[in-house]
Design a protein around this ligand. Structure first.
Ligand code: OAD
Length: 247
């Protein structure tokens, strides 16, 4: 493992443009359950029944009660863990340019990263389906479910449901920086959801090295990954940062 950490540190130091792609795994140590695997969200509830846009539009009360209220509670209590903090430290030392995250919890920004592409949107905001006005999630009145905007319209989270498109600017910029980077660090994603999982493929195809941090192998590990750092994000990133000797 030490050899692989050293190899990754060297890749970081020689790279002119390094980006990260993160998924639910990086927030597990902050108490947010992942979507897949043991104890995961999709183990408990069927995503097609609770996280598809058609299910939300058909029965918003069911989706708010079965998914969104709990998601809001979990996210509002979560704080950045060592994984988030070490990625922020890499940016502070000009060793990381941008994070593409599939997470909607805002913890990378909370930890201090300033250039974060929220590929699947953000749970920090809701918007009205009628007047499109945004409202901070912390200000939503949950005494009536589904909650409503002051105009009486239905509120929905500003993140994407299954069956919806990735916002065009996020997709365009993520593709562009994946093409341009020399190194992509992929942390805590099962890499099974498109199009996010295409980004490491794009990076690799354009000559970048790919480092993966995950306790489990993924479909990328054998095909795309140059350096697989097996373990929890916080622990591995702590080791990496101490090898780099940055503060
Ligand atoms: P998943 O839940 O699919 O995968 C989480 C990954 O994190 C797995 O590969 C785990 O092995 C790994 N993992 C678990 N604990 C970890 C830890 N402490 N440190 C590092 N890695 C750890 O989550 P995503 O890949 O993010 O989309 O899922 C992608 C998308 O599927 C989500 O954005 C969401 C979901 O449906 C939407 O809701 C639109």
């Amino acid at each position: 493992m030490n050899k692989l950490i050293k190899k990754t540190a060297d890749l970081i130091l020689s790279s002119k443009k390094t980006i990260a792609l993160t998924g639910a795994g990086i927030s597990v140590e902050s108490g947010i359950p992942p979507f897949r695997g043991k104890g995961s969200l999709w183990d408990k509830i069927d995503p097609m029944e609770y996280a598809h846009i058609n299910s939300f539009l058909k029965d918003p009360e069911k989706v708010w009660k079965g998914l969104l209220i709990e998601m809001g509670e979990i996210i509002s209590q979560a704080v950045p863990n060592d994984g988030h903090k070490r990625l922020a430290l890499l940016e502070k030392n000009q060793l990381l340019d941008t994070i593409i995250t599939q997470n909607v919890d805002g913890l990378h920004q909370f930890a201090g990263n300033t250039d974060v592409i929220e590929f699947h949107g953000s749970f920090a905001w809701q918007r009205c389906l009628e007047c499109h006005k945004p409202l901070e999630t912390t200000r939503v009145d949950l005494s009536k479910i589904p909650p409503e905007c002051e105009c009486g319209g239905l509120l929905r989270p500003d993140c994407i449901f299954f069956g919806e498109m990735i916002p065009e600017d996020s997709l365009w910029r993520s593709r562009k920086i994946s093409e341009e980077c020399d190194l992509m660090i992929v942390v805590g994603t099962s890499a099974v959801v498109q199009p996010a999982s295409m980004m490491p493929e794009i990076a690799k195809k354009h000559g970048a090295s790919v480092v993966e941090i995950n306790p489990e192998e993924t479909p990328l590990t054998d095909r795309i990954t140059d350096c697989f750092l097996k373990g929890d994000a916080g622990k591995v990133l702590n080791q990496l940062v101490s090898t780099l000797g940055i503060k």
